[in-house]
Each structure stands twice: as C-alpha cells, then as structure tokens.
Design a protein around this ligand. Structure first.
Ligand code: COA
Length: 200
C-alpha cells in the first residue's frame, strides 16, 4: 500500500511519523512503512509485504560474502575504503527474506553528525527499489536510535554515482557541498539527512 503526503500536510511532525500514523495499524501489519520517494512533493511512502528487510551486525563469517560483493562491477566502480580508517565504525549486514545481500557502516563525524556508507552487493537484488528500502530501515531503526543527540546523517558518494545519489534523495537527503577528495581524483557530493524532519 502507498501513503502519499503533500509536504504542506506534514506540519511540524517528522515525515516518517506522519506516514506511520496515516498508514495506520492495518497497513503496518504488512510490514514497516518505507520511503519510496521522498525527493519531491508529494512524499511517497509504501509497504512491501513480499520482502522481510533486516539489518544485523557483521560477523567474521560474513567477510567472504563482503569480499565477493566489492568485486562485482556495480560496487567495485564506486566502493573505496577510506584512506584513513575511522574509529568507532559499526558494521552491518543487510538481509532480504533472511538472505544476506548487502553491507552498511556508520561512524561519528562530529557533534550530532553521523556518517554512513552502504552497498547492495548481490547483483540480482539491485535496481528493484530494495536499496532505498534497506537504507531507510537501516537509518531509521539502526543508526538513529544508537546515537544520543543525533541531528544529521551524512553520506558523500562520488558525483558520478547516479544510483547512490538518487537513493539518498529518495530517502529524504538533500544535496550539499561538492568537494575534491584529498589524495584522489574523486569529487564527492555530501548528502545530508535531517533526522528530526525526516526520520525521528
Ligand atoms: C546505490 C545502491 C545501494 C542502490 O541500490 P538499488 O537497489 O539499485 O536502488 P533502488 O532500486 O532503490 O534505486 C535506484 C535509483 O537509482 C536510479 N539509477 C540507477 N542507475 C542510474 C543511473 N546510471 N543514472 C541515473 N539514475 C540511476 C534508478 O532509476 C532508481 O531511481 P528511480 O526509482 O527513481 O528510478 C546500489 O546500486 C549499490 O550498492 N551500488 C554500489 C555501492 C555504492 O555505490 N554505494 C554507495 C557509496 S556512498
């Protein structure tokens, strides 16, 4: 089912909260209310009864799948390990109907600001809306509750990574500064997600 909200209908509440209330308990029985496309007006949410989406901590047993995923062309083109490893990185596996399909990580960047990266590794799952749904579940249910006082979530894909930039817009992030990454030829585009407005 779909929940379609005009931006001017949302008022002071968070988009996720208003969509949850609008969907009601009957709709939520078919799964959580997910972002479908929050990039424009109206905001479009929906449920997906065919896919059970989950996120669990990475274990050593997942490293083989992760190594395989980062070699697939659609990931290898864009996935770059940061030159300086970050401290306090939390690592997660994304699951669809109990099958491991992707990876995500989050880490503090500063006061109230959390960074995140993600990949949908299994090629058969790409391009079906699942990246958007998994990112939404991960950010709302795993990232936001873990950090006291979190105000903003930030990811910075390569400016040529159209799929990633589109998925970030679909979960309600807005585009910020373009920066040339020091020590590489890449230009990154920061995307910012306002936690109180979109997710809280
Ligand atoms: C980014 C990623 C998670 C998206 O997953 P996904 O399941 O394919 O995403 P969805 O199907 O939910 O949405 C993809 C959107 O990007 C669009 N898109 C995909 N390729 C595109 C391209 N080359 N140009 C423009 N838009 C493109 C799709 O049309 C879709 O938008 P739409 O629903 O408005 O049509 C997946 O492609 C991935 O893991 N990529 C490699 C790793 C990566 O780039 N990680 C991000 C690092 S910051």
């Amino acid at each position: 089912m779909r929940v379609v909200l005009g931006r001017d209908e949302v008022g002071e509440g968070s988009w996720a909260g208003v969509a949850d209330r609008r969907a009601g308990p009957g709709a939520r029985a078919s799964g959580p209310v997910l972002a479908v496309d929050l990039s424009g007006d109206p905001l479009v949410f929906g449920t997906d009864p065919d896919h059970r989406l989950a996120c669990r901590p990475l274990t050593p047993g997942d490293l083989e799948a992760l190594a395989r995923w980062v070699r697939h062309d659609h990931v290898a083109r864009w996935w770059v390990e940061r030159p300086t490893p970050r401290e306090r990185v939390r690592s997660w596996i994304w699951e669809v109907n109990g099958r491991s399909v992707g990876y995500a990580q989050d880490y503090p960047l500063g006061s109230g600001v959390i960074g995140f990266d993600y990949l949908l590794g299994e090629p058969a799952y790409v391009g079906r809306g699942l990246g958007t749904s998994l990112l939404w579940v991960y950010l709302r249910d795993v990232v936001v509750p873990a950090y006291d006082g979190v105000r903003e979530l930030v990811a910075a894909p390569d400016h040529r990574n159209a799929a990633s930039r589109r998925v970030l817009r679909k979960v309600g992030a807005t585009e910020g500064l373009w920066t040339d990454e020091p020590g590489s030829a890449r230009t990154l585009v920061a995307h910012h997600l306002d936690v109180a407005r979109v997710l809280a």
